[in-house]
Design a protein around this ligand. Structure first.
Ligand code: PEP
Length: 255
């Protein structure tokens, strides 16, 4: 049985004051039953320390992650943050390959692959985002795109390292648009991803890997998505900024 994994991607939201308020809300609504679920939040870099502070000793089980890291370990890379810095700051996870990084910041699969390896080297667990655009779906290229992103981003990652990786299927057309993939569409892509991981690695890796769905998941649609055989959790953008909505999604994942 794979444990469900719900992770909030706060994107560029969360001043220190907002971080305190949001985490206060989540801690206040926390139920012990949520321990069944792996829960994480990925605030902006500047709120990581405060988030860890706000969550420790509060009786909640919420890990903290980052939304990006650089592919190099140190040096003259103005504005970048290394995986080691994040691990040292207390991060457990790092989101890599998010479609906003791919489109706005021109990140390609090759760079994402290097970032994944750098993260793995310091024990950070990558959440690798893959997904097709609306146009690619219309052209029936979804499988091809998913397979390409998987093989390129995971190049050189071995079976043991795969235990550290979560895949997030995030159809680009569903991110921040309020247009969720139907449970059927999402399940179909998840099942495809799992079967390809089986071919790239082996059946054990395929059956154990966590595949999250991301794309306008919210309190109203979470239950239906999370009950699909191959949907093991959610990467949540907008709804993770609302304590009630985020905890309702965690609640759905306990079922
Ligand atoms: C995301 O950015 O990873 C995401 C899934 O966003 P949203 O939930 O807002 O669509």
């Amino acid at each position: 049985m794979r444990r469900k994994f719900i992770c909030g991607n706060w994107k560029m939201n969360g001043t220190l004051e907002e971080t305190s308020a949001l985490l206060g809300g989540i801690v206040g609504l926390w139920d012990d039953a949520y321990r069944k679920v792996e829960v994480a939040i990925c605030p902006p870099f500047t709120s990581i320390g405060l988030a860890l502070d706000k969550l420790s000793g509060r009786g909640v089980q919420i890990a903290v992650g980052a939304q990006n890291c650089y592919s190099e370990t140190k040096g003259a890379f103005t504005g970048e943050v290394s995986a080691r810095m994040l691990a040292e700051a207390g991060c457990t996870y790092v989101i890599l390959g998010h479609s906003e990084r791919r489109t706005i910041f021109n990140e390609n699969n090759e760079l994402i692959n290097r970032k994944i390896k750098t993260a793995l080297n310091v024990g950070l667990k990558p959440i690798l985002c893959i997904g097709e655009t609306h146009e690619e779906r219309e052209l029936a290229q979804t499988y091809e795109v998913l397979l390409h992103q998987l093989t390129q981003c995971l190049r050189g990652v071995d079976v043991t390292q795969m235990k550290m990786i979560t895949i997030a299927y995030e159809p680009v057309w569903a991110i921040g648009t309020g247009r969720t993939a139907t449970a059927e569409i999402a399940q179909d892509s998840h099942s495809y991803i799992r079967s390809e991981i089986g071919k790239l690695y082996d059946e054990t890796v395929a059956s154990q890997i966590t595949i999250q769905y991301g794309g306008s998941m919210n309190a109203a649609n979470a239950a239906e998505l999370l009950e699909q055989t191959d949907i093991d959790g959610g990467l949540i953008g907008g709804a993770s900024l609302d304590a009630k909505a985020f905890t309702a999604i965690i609640e759905a994942a306990t079922k």
